[in-house]
Design a protein around this ligand. Structure first.
Ligand SMILES: Nc1nc2c(c(=O)[nH]1)N[C@H]1C(S)=C(S)[C@@H](COP(=O)(O)O)O[C@H]1N2
Ligand SMILES: [Mo]
Length: 219
């Protein structure tokens, strides 16, 4: 009896296995995240803490536009694909430090902000770059810093397109600055002559300079 049952259950398993195989949908390949780059260990895309002011933003790729505005000779508006096709992409491993005490080391890939500004031609008075995002968040950085440090607007991390929670379509890689300068879901880059402009967290007491080697407490 026991042998009969065993034999039965084996044949049922075989049948189920067969049915599963026959109805399988063609699989979609998931992009694979790199975990190491040129000898450096990378943090995972999932290692981040989500603490954005209004939670993750879900930006529609086809209606998305990146505007270059303010003190420029010619305002610009770019579509997502246009940016990836027109501008050269660069890769760099950079660590993001949040004032909350955590950090992540990621292989970023993106376009240079200065390349995006080229066609717009910032005027002579422009010395500050104000970034705006779809959740209403803003932050600013000196124009010289953007150029000298080759600051990039990332579209991918660890070889994977930024997921919505990580800032799709673009997150600023504000190298050597505290996390609150790393604006996600960037929609507008505004050229300004207001060196003292204060973004969302800067207005709430965080240092405008935001150098990671200095305290983030404002003066
Ligand atoms: N648009 C937007 N960008 C933002 C924020 C935000 O609330 N909104 N938070 C900032 C802060 S405080 C940090 S530490 C980093 C964190 O990036 P992550 O969410 O990809 O880890 O995003 C920055 N960029
Ligand atoms: Mo942060």
């Amino acid at each position: 009896m026991a042998t009969l049952l065993t034999a039965l259950s084996i044949s049922i398993t075989a049948l189920i296995g067969c049915a599963e195989g026959g109805t399988k949908e063609p699989g979609e390949l998931e992009p694979v995240e790199v975990t190491e780059y040129e000898g450096q260990n990378l943090s995972s895309v999932r290692a981040f803490r989500e603490n954005s002011i209004k939670g993750p933003q879900y930006v529609n790729k086809s209606t998305y536009r990146l505007m270059i505005t303010g003190l420029v000779s010619q305002e610009q508006s770019y579509e997502y694909d246009e940016i990836l096709e027109t501008f050269l992409s660069y890769k760099k491993v950079v660590t993001l430090f949040c004032v909350e005490g955590w950090h992540v080391t990621i292989l970023w890939e993106g376009v240079l902000v200065s390349d995006l500004l080229n066609d717009a031609q910032p005027t002579d008075e422009a010395n500050t770059v104000i970034f705006h995002a779809s959740d209403g968040y803003t932050t600013s950085l000196p124009l010289d810093y953007i150029g000298e440090k080759n600051i990039m607007l990332a579209h991918s991390m660890n070889n994977v397109t930024l997921p919505p929670e990580r800032g799709f379509p673009f997150q600023l890689v504000a190298e050597s600055k505290w996390g609150y300068k790393w604006i996600k879901w960037v929609t507008e880059i505004e050229l300004s002559a207001d060196e003292n402009y204060e973004g969302y967290w800067e207005r709430r007491g965080y240092a405008n300079n935001a150098d990671i080697n200095e305290s983030f407490v404002g003066d």
